[in-house]
Design a protein around this ligand. Sequence first.
Ligand code: AR6
Length: 231
Amino acid sequence: KDFECPLSCNVGKEVKDCEDIDMVSRGDTASSDNVPTLAFPSISTADFKFNLEKASDIIVDQVELFLQKYHNVRLVLVDLSHSSKILSLVRSKASQKKIDTSKFSTFVGDITRLYSQGGLRCNVIANAANWRLKPGGGGVNAAIYSAAGKALETATKIRAGSLMPGKALVVPLPSTSPLYSSEGITHVIHVLGPNMNPMRPNCLGSDYTKGCRVLREAYTSLFEGFGSVLG
Ligand code: AR6
């Protein structure tokens, strides 16, 4: 699919009812509008083994703060499976806080195929990166680098060689990237979350005081990065 304006952030299919992820993932609740949209995975909760209850509290708090500052935007938390625990925790906590579902919702699908497979148009996606900002390693990082092609690696390398936990790096996606031309993604924001997995670098052990602080920082950096793209 072609995108005439590379900087447009048309959302072709709106997620209206986040209570029903089956409906959302089929795109049945779609409609058209021009709201800048960030799709993001749950940072640190798979390979980095961060506690899901704690992560879901942080996601909902950070989303709420962001939406108090920015109005004409939309955030979408994405995961691969309908049985995703993090999606269901976040949905129920967001609903308890009465967060507007037209501004924040969950979506089941591959973050690299949100438009082509799910009918959800997003102009910015987040990546749960590794500290070296390298392709591979499994999870969403491997999927995004593989779908974006060499262009993302090159564009990332120009900007930074590594990332500290809690930080984010905004990378404009070259128009040569398939993610740009097929999915309409103009920016990838790499985020490094806290690692609680002893098999991975910089493990925090069971220090959730630090872990929660770093995860909050990671979402703050991610959402600020999205804010900077909005101008
Ligand atoms: N689309 C949407 N969500 C996905 C996809 C996808 N294609 N793939 C995974 N997820 P993870 P982390 C979800 O492990 O815990 C990497 O190897 C997944 O179900 O990718 O922050 C990096 O190189 C989960 O909800 O990230 C780092 O070394 C979420 O994305 C390390 O793992 C994050 O899972 C980062 O670990």
